[in-house]
Ligand binder design. Structure first.
Ligand code: MAN
Ligand code: CA
Length: 209
């Protein structure tokens, strides 16, 4: 009789102990979870405050810049009084490089400053470029490297249907190796090998006033 009771109590004790242990381990898991949530929350709050500080600093800088320039400065330099190397013409900003390089490299260099090699669609634009390039050779965004004789602008548009200004006798694909176009003397266009090194013209839309 006594032995049976003792065994019963022992079983109850073991069961309780088991339950307590289980409870303890799940409690640990919950505590860990809660802690990690808290950590994430703190990290989120910290990064949010950082972002807001940064954005307020940015607006302050922007306002300061605006204050430093009268609206007249922007009228005179629509591409930005701070970026005078970009010259305004008819709604666009143009950069005439000071270094000579290949057509491919010129293309990348324009892209790196959020622009593209210049596309010439009108006589007015051709005149502006002609005046600015002063008989020097400058790459423009025109090539037939994808398909010989199919001259395409860098935005994919066909150049045979629109405005052209090829020098007489050009494009002649001299040496069967001329797939890129530059402006030459009198601003006239010539095809030349793409690895040739000359200046280049980048263009981008003018910022809104
Ligand atoms: C000459 C002409 C051009 C050609 C260049 C290459 O000037 O044949 O068409 O592009 O040579 O240097
Ligand atoms: Ca040529």
């Amino acid at each position: 009789m006594d032995k049976e009771r003792l065994q019963d109590e022992l079983r109850i004790f073991r069961d309780r102990n088991f339950l307590r242990q289980k409870l303890r381990s799940s409690l640990t898991v919950y505590v860990l979870l809660a802690l990690s949530y808290l950590l994430i929350l703190i990290l989120f709050a910290v990064s949010l405050s950082r972002v807001s500080v940064l954005s307020s600093q940015l607006t302050k800088m922007h306002n300061e810049l605006k204050r430093n320039h009268s609206s007249n400065d922007f009228k005179l330099f629509p591409c930005g009084p701070e970026a005078r190397e970009w010259e305004y013409f008819s709604g666009k900003c143009y950069y005439f490089s000071l270094r000579e390089t290949s057509w491919q490299r010129a293309k990348v260099l324009c892209e790196e400053v959020h622009s593209r090699l210049a596309i010439i669609n009108s006589h007015a634009q051709q005149n502006f470029i002609m005046y600015r390039t002063r008989n020097q050779r400058f790459w423009i965004g025109l090539s037939d490297e994808n398909s010989e004789g199919e001259w395409k602008w860098i935005d994919g548009s066909d150049s045979t249907t629109g405005f052209t200004y090829w020098k007489e006798g050009e494009p002649n694909n001299s040496g069967q190796n001329e797939d890129c176009a530059h402006v030459w003397t009198y601003g006239e266009w010539n095809d030349v090998r793409c690895t040739y090194e000359c200046y280049y013209i980048c263009e981008k839309p003018a910022p809104p006033l």
